[in-house]
Each structure stands twice: as C-alpha cells, then as structure tokens.
Design a protein around this ligand. Structure first.
Ligand SMILES: C[S@@+](CC[C@H](N)C(=O)[O-])C[C@H]1O[C@@H](n2cnc3c(N)ncnc32)[C@H](O)[C@@H]1O
Length: 255
C-alpha cells in the first residue's frame, strides 16, 4: 500500500498503533486495565512511573490519563516511536519525560540515578531482551527502586515443556484474533510502520531506526518461572502474576 499521501496527527497514529497491537494481543485493553488497577490500589498520587520500551507512549498515555497527578518517564530505543511518544505525551503537559535509551546497554539506567520511582511498567516489549540482558535489567531495577515500589510486565511468555496443548491453543487463538482484526481493518505491524515512516519529516528517524535494529534478531521467549526467579534474585521480595490469558501474562514484583 502507498501511504505517502496520508498525513496523520500523532494521536491518530497512536490509535492506529493500538488497533494494530490489539491484533497481536487479544485482550490488550483488559491487560492494561489490570495494570492500572494495581497502580491505583498500591500507590497514592502523586507517583512516578517508569515505562520501559514505551513504544509510541501507549501505556504511558493511559497512566497519565488515569492518574492526573502522576509523572511518567518513558524509555525506548526506536527513534520513530520516540518521536511519536514525545508528541503524544506532550498533551499531558510537563508530566511526561521521554528518554532515548537502549535497554541492552549496561548503562541504560544511569540517567535515572537519584530519581524516586514508585512503579516500573512495560508491555509487549521485554521479549526483545535475551535472558541475560533481562536479568541485568531486573538487577538494575532492584538496585534503583525503593522498598515498596512495584514492577509490572505484560508480555507473551513461553509455556514450559509438558504444556504442548496450551501452547497449541495459544497459537490457534493468536492466529484467529489476527485474522479477524486484519479483516476488520487493523494494520499489520509492517503496514503500520510503513504508514508511520511515510509521515512528513520522519525519514531521518526511519533511517536511524534501520541502523539501530539491523542486528537485533528476535529472542526466544522466556517462561514465567524465569521472570519470577530473576526478579527474586534481583532483590524483589514478592513476585507473582496479576493477570493471565493463555500465554499472555502480567507479571508483578514488589521491591
Ligand atoms: C511491541 S512494542 C510495545 C510498545 C508499547 N509498550 C506498547 O505496548 O504499545 C515493543 C517496543 O520495545 C522497544 N524495544 C525493543 N528493544 C529495545 C531496547 N533494547 N531498548 C529499548 N526499547 C526497546 C521497541 O522499540 C518497541 O517500542
């Protein structure tokens, strides 16, 4: 499809992103809702949330809308998405800070030193990291967060060997939801990027994105027990899950 003639507002691009992501994450809105519920029940405003691999600001936007006195620091490494997140989250005034940072690097957390962070959230993103990179991120968070702070990670995880039936059902369900969503007009991942990079002024960001992600092959998904053990090892005192649908989870940890 040729998108060169279409110029969309940042908010409209985010809405198309949300529809696209919902094709890959069946109950994405409910999953976000469970995360917002935990923030509301556990924290008292004003609080500061760190959104890891924020993309175009989807979850950060929901946090800032649900909690009018909250602040969010949103981190990502994709220049196209960072630019969009910057534009979308600016609608919340000075309550959002968007940071260009590569979670694979050992020093990604340095700009946050000295910040008080009450919750760390992430959605559909940490599967980009290998197990050793993930353990390093969890360890850095364990060092940064004060006692009582929480971590919520929403992502597809891998079933353990012995759960082949559940694995097959998850795959069938994913395929079904994608088929229905695309038939109803949602963009595929590739089509959304084509649309985003065709926006005026985006070309240099798209080129930088190509460069940054050229050698980042997809990682094998980790099972739930890896995340729970890694978070415990990193100093989180309470670990568990707050939501699950087939292989899609929200993992919880409390420092
Ligand atoms: C599927 S998107 C999810 C975005 C958003 N959290 C959401 O749920 O809509 C995955 C995100 O992970 C980001 N990402 C992948 N590797 C990263 C890294 N090493 N450092 C920071 N962000 C990364 C990508 O740029 C992308 O924005």
């Amino acid at each position: 499809m040729n998108y060169t003639a279409i110029a969309l507002s940042p908010r409209a691009l985010l809405e198309r992103w949300d529809a696209q992501q919902t094709a890959y994450v069946a109950h994405r809105e409910l999953r976000f809702r469970s995360m917002l519920d935990v923030l509301r029940l556990h924290l008292t405003e004003p609080f500061h949330v760190l959104d890891l691999a924020c993309g175009p600001g989807s979850l950060a936007d929901r946090v800032l809308t649900a909690f009018p006195r909250a602040r969010v620091t949103a981190v990502d490494y994709d220049p196209v998405l960072l630019r969009l997140a910057d534009a979308v989250l600016a609608e919340h005034g000075g309550r959002a800070t968007v940071v260009d940072s590569d979670l694979v690097r050992a020093d990604w957390i340095e700009p946050l030193a000295g910040e008080r962070i009450d919750a760390v959230v992430s959605s559909t993103a940490l599967h980009w990291l290998s197990p050793s990179q993930l353990l390093r991120v969890y360890t850095a968070l364990g060092d940064l967060l004060p006692p009582g702070a929480i971590f919520l990670n929403a992502d597809h995880l891998r079933y353990e060997p012995g759960n082949e039936t559940l694995g097959a059902l998850s795959e069938q369900h994913d395929a079904e939801v994608q088929r229905e969503s695309f038939a109803a007009g949602a963009d595929t991942w590739d089509a959304w990027y084509e649309l985003a990079t065709a926006q005026p002024g985006t070309a240099p960001f798209a080129a930088e994105r190509e460069r940054r992600f050229a050698d980042r092959p997809p990682q094998p998904k980790s099972p739930l027990h890896f995340h729970l053990s890694a978070l415990s090892t990193a100093g989180f005192t309470e670990v568990g899950t707050v939501w699950q649908y087939l292989d899609d989870y929200v993992v919880f940890a409390r420092r």
